[in-house]
Design a binder for this molecule. Structure first.
Ligand SMILES: NC(=O)N[C@@H](CC(=O)O)C(=O)O
Ligand SMILES: [Zn+2]
Ligand SMILES: [Zn+2]
Length: 347
């Protein structure tokens, strides 16, 4: 049995840090393991301009714990929230400001998506500018049509939105975020080098039974929602296949515990406290620890056209139990697997 593995410092290509006092917790967790993270713009109000992204980046950098070994070099990569009205001129400003991507939230699809896109046609001039300037489009891939079953919304998105988009913008780099279905994994595996995808730890570790074990478990509720076992297995095969289209994006999405343990539970799982450890469990279970570095540390950087991180991290096979809760501003945050043992530990 492998007792330790050393890999290139990984990156998180899909991360929610939120803003304000909670950055002390969310940034510290991410910076401790990741070299870079692609920061999601769904704040309230959303990050829609280059100037807002630059200011948000400064607030994140100010929260990096400089004294913690390995954390000091943490680099947040910024994205803008695409709206029906994002002017094409904002794209060159974004490019100059170092913004790397725009995020498509179909209006109403997920947390803080009410300012999202109502009709992709309205954004075509902006998408053209993105294709021209080499900014990526990151998509929350679910339709919002109330007639479509919640568990089918990702698969329907592929046909209704993604295929036409790919046809109209063949050289726009698109990341299909947080895959949850076999259909999505197959679609990405069969597409060209302009399409990539992130996969979260929770979608690799759990199927939808986790939400209902012995009662309703809000901390397993995220969007897109966990699916059947056949889908989980398809995602595990994709992640451990070595295919460079698939890479790590935790979608760690913190919400105050009171908003999770609520009659209307907020969508999002918090995994940033032990993300690489959770992924290691999955790869280990598949006897595929040799594929972890590609998925976690190489494929995403290559897809984004950025250098791989020069630093390395080491994980040891050692059981440890993360805390039940973290401080989250003046609230509490309950992480995935709170108080449950993990098999791998960062050295
Ligand atoms: N994944 C989630 O369930 N929630 C995310 C939004 C998102 O990534 O869709 C959040 O911001 O809370
Ligand atoms: Zn999403
Ligand atoms: Zn997300």
């Amino acid at each position: 049995m492998t007792q330790a593995i050393t890999l290139t410092r990984p990156d998180d290509w899909h991360l929610h840090l939120r803003d304000g006092a909670v950055l002390a917790t969310t940034v510290a967790h991410a910076a401790a393991q990741f070299g870079r993270a692609l920061i999601m713009p769904n704040l309230r109000p959303p990050v829609t301009t280059a100037a807002q992204a630059v200011a948000y980046r400064q607030r994140i950098l100010a929260a990096v714990p400089r004294e913690a070994p390995g954390s000091a070099g943490f680099q947040p990569l910024m994205s803008l929230y695409l709206t029906d009205n994002t002017p094409p001129e904002e794209i060159s400003l974004a490019k100059e400001a170092g913004v790397v991507a725009l995020k498509l939230y179909p209006a109403g699809a997920t947390t803080n998506s009410d300012a999202g896109v109502t009709d992709l046609r309205k954004t075509y001039k902006t998408l053209e500018a993105m294709q021209r300037h080499g900014l990526l489009l990151l998509v929350h891939g679910e339709v919002t049509d109330p007639a479509v079953d919640v568990f089918d919304r990702e698969a329907v998105f592929i046909d209704r939105v993604l295929r036409p988009l790919r046809h109209d913008f063949p050289e726009l780099k698109v990341v299909f975020e947080h895959l949850t279905t076999q259909e999505a994994a197959q679609y990405v595996a069969g597409s060209d080098r302009y399409t990539g995808a992130t996969i979260t730890a929770q979608h690799l570790l759990y199927n939808r039974n986790a939400i209902f074990t012995g009662g309703l478990r809000p901390h397993f509720y995220c969007l897109p929602v966990l699916k059947r076992e056949v889908h989980r297995l398809a995602l595990v095969r994709a992640a451990t296949s070595g295919n460079p289209r698939f890479f790590l994006g935790t979608d760690s999405a913190p919400h105050a515990a009171t908003l999770k343990e609520n009659s209307v539970c907020a969508a999002g799982c918090y995994t940033a406290h032990a993300a690489i450890e959770l992924y290691a469990e999955v790869f280990d279970a598949m006897n595929a620890l040799d594929k972890l570095e590609g998925f976690a540390s190489h494929h995403g950087a290559d897809f984004y056209g950025l250098p791989r991180n020069p630093q390395r991290i080491t994980l040891r096979r050692e059981s440890w139990t993360p805390p039940e809760r973290f401080t989250f501003g003046d609230a509490e945050l309950k992480p995935l697997r709170a108080g449950e043992a993990l098999a791998w530990r960062r050295v």
